[in-house]
Design a binder for this molecule. Structure first.
Ligand code: AHR
Length: 630
């Protein structure tokens, strides 16, 4: 294939081309990126997932019971755990927690806290130990402040003397029953954090954040996804309940089959953006729940105001706005910047056609009107795109989601060429999820992202990037999956309690390559043949280097490429990075075997007499060539 990249023409490209999307699915939030180690720390529950003592084990035969006290810790956390000290066997008693399928114990500083109600004279012992052998890796004594009739918080730090050999460990709090005055003590909000990314209190898991940072992402679409919508008109992600002290966050019955704590709330999402330099794309609830019900036109005003308040909370001045002041009161006096707001999630799906009709008729237009008046500089995004049978009122953009087979992604290479300047589109979720010739959504998803799938995605992304003036950005979804409990297999990163198991998928490797070579302006390419089996985009970076990104799909022979950037002459050099996969196109990165099936080869290519770079690319490969200068 002979390609010539012109020196001018083309489009500016979105600075947000590669980003992230997150919601709590497959315990990607609680028990995932949110670094809290204690499972069911505050006995939160709902009608769908009633409060329980799941995760809690009595120490030394003591009786534990779930109580709804007349004086709870807070309105948001009405349940607590009673530990009946009277009549217990000699020695310290208390409780242990299993964590989210274990706990990683290293010689590092753990930060903990628990609330107690009841009169106790003495010390509590907080400890980390093996669930298999009982060996204690570290403990600390916490002098009791506890008094009758009141909840008192106890804070501590704990540095184990020894690292545990595996993650099958528990955290325990014990105390001397002889010091308990009134037969029992009540406990709530028992929390333990390892060191977090950038040492944020109530922060995120460093290994997972590092895996995201390596992708060089530019935005975060939050907080979903189906999680935002909720299952019913009353059980959806209410941003105002996710902020402030943890004791005031009630949590919600997540749509993915488990209760979530709201420990990872709106502020934590924004801190994530801050820490990785990401542009937030904040999705606001627009009246649709997954049961297909939606808010009537008469009632929608309340939720539009709720969404406007959310943006005021994020961006309002602390001194002059109500919600800006609330943000300051929870530790963030400086406003954040929000340039993108998405209205709902997948309104074309749940409850269609009635709910979608209502979205087109009044829900989307009402949100657009209100937001345009109040926040004229924010780019609004409809939760459906022009590919979903809608005419999106200006000035909103669309959001396109695609979970398909690799062949379908390849066939979609040219679809974004149809976008007009008025139809800007976010690709807010995509992933290859079924093998070619599969049976679609009636069949099982693949067990993990796999190599052929990653190449199909790459072709699709190249098609998007060619239209980078109309594509706002792209993000794979879902992003995180705890291997101990998941609802969706094909996920960007797999992990468990032990950070050593955090596994970058085949798609992650493809995305790292594309995301670390940023085209700021695309350039027209002429070719002596059409697209396929070689798919590509070319352009220049902000620093003026030439960038060529390509994927090879569906060939029996290696593709010989001759690539000329206009203006380059003999001797010019470039770095070529090629990713290839396993012989078996269904190969994937399995967190259990921990073998990376993706091979990366980097070489220096020198332009020949005519100024062209020559190289060959095999079947199912992705490649980036970046010139060393202009
Ligand atoms: O990414 C998983 C789910 O797929 C998202 O929650 C939803 O938006 C989509 O249907």
């Amino acid at each position: 294939v002979n390609l010539v990249v012109k020196a001018s023409g083309g489009n500016s490209s979105s600075p947000l081309m590669y980003g992230l999307m997150h919601e709590d699915i497959s315990n990607g939030g609680d028990g995932g990126i949110y670094a809290e180690l204690i499972y069911n720390r505050a006995f939160q529950g709902s009608e769908e997932f009633p409060s329980s003592l799941n995760g809690w084990i009595p120490v030394n035969g003591v009786a534990l019971s779930l109580e709804k006290l007349a004086t709870p810790l807070s309105k948001a956390l009405p349940y607590s755990m009673n530990v009946a000290a009277a009549g217990s066997s000699p020695g310290k008693v208390g409780f242990a927690n299993t964590g989210y399928w274990g706990m990683d114990v290293k010689v590092q500083t753990y930060t903990g806290s628990f609330y107690v109600k009841g009169s106790y004279e003495g010390s509590f012992t907080a400890s980390l130990q093996s669930n298999l052998t009982g060996e204690t890796f570290g403990s600390v004594d916490v002098v009791s402040q506890s008094v009758a009739g009141e909840w008192t918080q106890h804070n501590f730090t704990l540095v184990p003397e020894k690292a545990a050999p595996n993650s099958n460990n528990t955290f325990a709090v014990t105390f001397d029953p002889a010091g308990v005055k009134d037969a029992s003590l009540d406990f709530n909000l028992i929390s333990l954090f390892p060191p977090t990314y950038k040492n944020r209190p109530n922060g995120l898991r460093p290994d997972i954040m590092e895996a995201f940072a390596e992708l060089n992402p530019k935005f975060l679409r939050l907080p979903g996804g189906n999680m935002l919508e909720g299952n019913t008109q009353t059980t959806w992600w209410k941003w105002n309940e996710t902020i402030g002290p943890l004791k005031d966050r009630p949590g919600m019955p997540n749509v993915w089959g488990y209760q979530i704590t709201y420990g990872m709330g709106l502020v934590e999402y924004m801190e994530w953006c801050e820490d990785l330099g990401l542009e937030p794309i904040v999705a606001v609830w627009d009246g649709l729940s997954l049961d297909g019900n939606f808010t009537t036109q008469a009632e929608l005003g309340e939720w539009i105001q709720f969404a406007l308040d959310e943006i005021e909370f994020l961006t309002g001045d602390a001194a002059t706005t109500k919600w800006g002041a609330v943000r300051a009161s929870v530790g963030h006096p400086q406003p954040w910047s929000v340039k993108y707001v998405e209205i709902g999630n997948e309104d074309w799906l749940a409850g269609a056609p009635a709910a979608y009709e209502a979205y087109k008729q009044y829900r989307l237009p009402m949100f657009i009107d209100a937001f345009t008046q109040r926040y004229p500089d924010i780019q609004l995004i409809s939760s459906s795109s022009v590919f979903d049978n809608i005419t999106i009122p200006e000035p909103a953009a669309g959001d396109y989601h695609s979970y398909v087979e690799p062949d379908t992604f390849v066939a979609a290479f040219g679809m974004f060429d149809q976008l007009t300047a008025g139809n800007k589109t976010l690709i807010g979720e995509y992933a290859a999820v079924h093998p070619n010739g599969g049976i679609g959504w009636n069949g099982d998803l693949m067990p993990f992202p796999w190599w052929e799938g990653a190449i199909g995605e790459a072709v699709f992304l190249l098609g998007a990037e060619r239209n980078g003036d109309r594509i706002i950005g792209t993000t794979y979804a879902p992003s995180l999956r705890n291997m101990n409990r998941w609802q969706w297999s094909v996920t960007l990163l797999q992990f468990a309690a032990d950070p050593a198991l955090t596994t970058r998928s085949t798609s992650w490797y493809m995305l790292r390559l594309f995301g670390n070579h940023i085209i700021s302006k695309t350039l027209p390419v002429t070719s002596d043949t059409g697209f396929g089996p070689l798919y590509y985009v070319a352009g220049t970076s902000a620093k003026g280097t030439g960038i060529f990104k390509a994927a090879v799909y569906n060939t029996t022979e290696d593709v010989q490429v001759s690539l000329k950037f206009k203006g380059y002459s003999k001797g010019a050099t470039a770095t070529l990075t090629v990713l290839t996969g396993p012989e078996n196109p269904y190969g994937y990165n399995d967190p259990l075997s921990h073998v990376n099936v993706v091979t990366e080869t980097t070489s220096t290519v020198t332009a020949g007499a005519d100024g062209s770079f020559r190289f060959s690319l095999p079947q199912l490969s992705v490649a980036v060539l970046e010139t060393d200068g202009a």
